[in-house]
Design a protein around this ligand. Structure first.
Ligand code: NAD
Length: 249
């Protein structure tokens, strides 16, 4: 593994345009479970249909129960070393953008500014009928007090402004993510199983347009054989070593 880290240091130093894709695995160390880790992943406890749009429209209560029981910690979570590392190297001009599948807002809290949120975020919620916007705290309060899925005054169902399975991703953000993948000379994927498309297509696009590709993830991913570097370790453990070597300490 030390060879892989040396190689990563070398790539990091020699690259001029680094783009990072992050998945739920960068936030597990902030206490937010991911979906697919073998024991702790949410799909060991909940059915993935809870985040399918058709199911949500029929049974919104199931989603709100999941929100409070399963991913409640998202609201109080704090950035971890990985989020701060990414913010630090964006400020230094090395990392040009973060493309994230996460909805937890921790990259911004960790100091990153150019964050492309492919799956939306938990800051806002939206009425599915009239489009009125709400703060997520308001709708959680509503659910807690009435124990029913929040409804707008127009009668519409209110949904957190995140992309459910079966929904389109925000087109502008997705297009920008693909142009970042095409533009970079080093693409790093952190803590993603790389099975959810179209996010999983981005590393491939980067590679076919001439970038180096590094993947750091505890489990194997379907894109490992395309990558120049694959490290199956905790993200923060590797980034701490990378940081020390880049700072020459
Ligand atoms: P995923 O659950 O499919 O994969 C996460 C991967 O991270 C797993 O392969 C796991 O082995 C790895 N991992 C977990 N902890 C790690 C660590 N400390 N270091 C290195 N690897 C680690 O998640 P995904 O690929 O992001 O895609 C699934 C969906 O999950 C996305 O749509 C995303 O919106 C959603 N999600 C987001 C959050 C969040 O915002 N924090 C939480 C759960 C799910």
């Amino acid at each position: 593994m030390s060879n892989q880290i040396e190689q990563l240091v070398e790539y990091f130093r020699s690259s001029n345009y680094i783009v990072v894709l992050t998945g739920a695995g960068v936030s597990t160390e902030s206490g937010i479970p991911d979906f697919r880790s073998p024991k702790s992943g949410l799909w060991n406890k909940y059915s993935p249909e809870i985040v399918e749009i058709d199911y949500f429209m029929r049974y919104p209560e199931a989603f709100y129960k999941f929100l409070l029981d399963g991913i409640r910690d998202t609201f109080n979570a704090k950035p971890n070393f990985t989020h701060y590392f990414l913010g630090k190297y964006e400020k230094k001009g090395k990392i040009k953008s973060i493309i994230t599948q996460n909805i937890d807002g921790l990259h911004q809290k960790g100091g990153s500014e150019k964050v492309l949120e492919l799956h939306g975020n938990m800051r806002k919620a939206i009425c599915m009928k009239c489009g009125k916007k709400f703060k997520t705290e308001e709708i959680i309060k509503y659910y807690k007090e009435k124990n029913e899925a929040p409804k707008c005054s127009c009668g519409g169902i209110i949904k957190p402004d995140v992309v459910f399975f079966g929904e389109m991703l925000p087109t502008d953000t997705l297009n920008e993510a693909f142009s970042e993948a095409e533009r970079c000379d080093l693409f790093i994927s952190l803590g993603s199983s790389l099975v959810v498309t179209p996010a999983a297509l981005l590393p491939h696009r980067a590679k076919e347009t001439g970038s180096k590709l590094a993947i750091i993830n505890l489990q194997n991913t379907p894109l490992d054989r395309d990558a120049d570097i694959v490290i199956n370790e905790k993200v923060s453990y590797i980034l701490k070593q990378l940081d020390r070597k880049l700072e020459n300490v």
